[in-house]
Design a protein around this ligand. Structure first.
Ligand code: NAP
Ligand code: ZN
Ligand code: ZN
Length: 349
């Protein structure tokens, strides 16, 4: 099996460091991809630090992968060597359950296989993510990349893009809706861009005052600093939807109270600690709390095609992999504009 350079976390407390891994030779249905760029998701930090309690070490994070196809298996139809290709959060699923048949592979009843921090369907081969030079993935879990977009800035669409696109589509968010986006990081900035492009009125709810100008440039119509109680009070019973992208524990009730009748708070941020919600905050105004997990393969392709047609990409800071630990520290302070993307060339030299 070919040896591949990567960066890995050896345990929950030591910084990421160089680490070689092995990948399978491409099988009949596989696509081998030379990775060019990989986005840095806050889920990488949660998992590298075992904050969700399910980490498998050594761990090579990374599930926002864009690269070039080097080889394909004999049965592969969608790709040939030289094509651009993307890989998101999933690399396999059972393909037989109701959810898989509906293109909701993320909810596979047998358990979808994550791009990293998971085991292949054999139950024993660990999966390794995109902080590496190459990956081998079944073509059914490999995405087509629009050719008109900046490749490094496309990478974050594979998680931050689909994670916000999917709930906005599911809840049919568009013209006439007032949407609040809580947290301006990787997911938040994509939620702003996408919700605005769907015609909704978008309000950025952020705890960082210095992000106001950027929020407006990204497409937000209004900006509310969440520490400003007076301004928050003015938005009581205001929003049809709030998309909560915050990675750290926070009080959901403050934001539930901003929802109007029949309003929905959509949780995509995944803080490690549970939230407490009194029933009265839902009973009043018939409010709901929902959640959403990334997106299935057909919808991920639909999102990429939509972004190609509408020229939507992520706002990124391109970094060499040697800066990954500093990037994690900055993200923990909410200091990222608005997605770090690793230039994988830095791992090859
Ligand atoms: P990120 O880039 O680090 O952004 C998180 C944002 O949360 C920050 O920029 C900050 O925005 C805000 N925030 C509010 N309170 C904070 C605090 N005390 N400390 C730090 N930040 C705070 O993270 P991300 O990559 O967008 O991911 C966000 C969350 O979504 C993570 O929990 C991640 O695991 C989860 N996620 C879920 C899915 C899914 O399928 N549901 C997919 C991907 C990621 P302001 O400065 O504007 O307040
Ligand atoms: Zn992610
Ligand atoms: Zn399934």
């Amino acid at each position: 099996m070919p040896t591949i350079h990567a960066y890995a976390a050896q345990n929950a407390t030591t910084p990421l460091a160089p680490h070689d891994i092995q990948r399978r030779e491409p099988g009949n249905h596989d696509v081998e991809i030379d990775i060019l760029y990989c986005g840095v998701c806050h889920s990488d930090i949660h998992q590298a630090r075992n904050e969700w309690g399910n980490s498998i070490f050594p761990m090579v994070p990374g599930h926002e992968i864009v690269g070039k196809v080097t080889r394909v298996g004999s049965h592969v139809k969608k790709f040939k060597a030289g094509d651009l290709a993307g890989v998101g959060c999933l690399v396999d699923s059972c393909r037989e359950c109701r959810n898989c048949k509906e293109g909701l592979e993320q909810f596979c009843e047998a358990g979808a296989v994550g791009t990293y921090n998971a085991y292949e369907r054999d139950g024993k081969t660990p999966t390794y993510g995109g902080y590496s030079t190459r990956i081998v993935v079944d073509e059914d879990f490999t995405l087509k990349i629009p050719s008109n977009l900046d490749l490094a800035a496309v990478a974050p669409l594979l998680c931050a893009g689909i994670t916000t696109y999917s709930p906005l589509r599911y809840w049919k968010v568009g013209k006439g809706h007032k949407v609040g986006v809580l947290g301006l990081g990787g997911l938040g900035h994509m939620a702003v861009k996408l919700a605005a492009s769907f015609g909704a009125e978008v309000t950025m709810l952020s705890h960082t005052a210095s992000k106001e100008a950027d929020a407006r440039r990204l497409g937000a119509h209004h900006f509310v600093l969440t520490s400003n109680e007076e301004l928050l009070n003015k938005h009581k019973n205001y929003f049809d939807f709030i998309i909560d992208t915050v990675s750290a524990p926070h009080d959901y009730n403050i934001y539930l109270n901003l929802l109007r009748t029949n309003g929905t708070m959509i949780c995509v941020g995944a803080p490690p600690a549970p939230a407490q919600v009194p029933a009265f905050n839902l009973i009043m105004n018939r409010r709901s709390i929902g959640g959403s997990l990334i997106g299935g393969l057909p919808e991920t392709q639909e999102m990429l095609d939509y972004c190609g047609e509408h020229n939507i990409v992520s706002d990124i800071e391109l970094i060499p992999i040697q800066q990954i630990n500093t990037a994690y520290d900055r993200m923990l302070k909410g200091d990222v504009k608005y997605r770090f993307v690793i230039d994988i060339a830095s791992l090859k030299s």
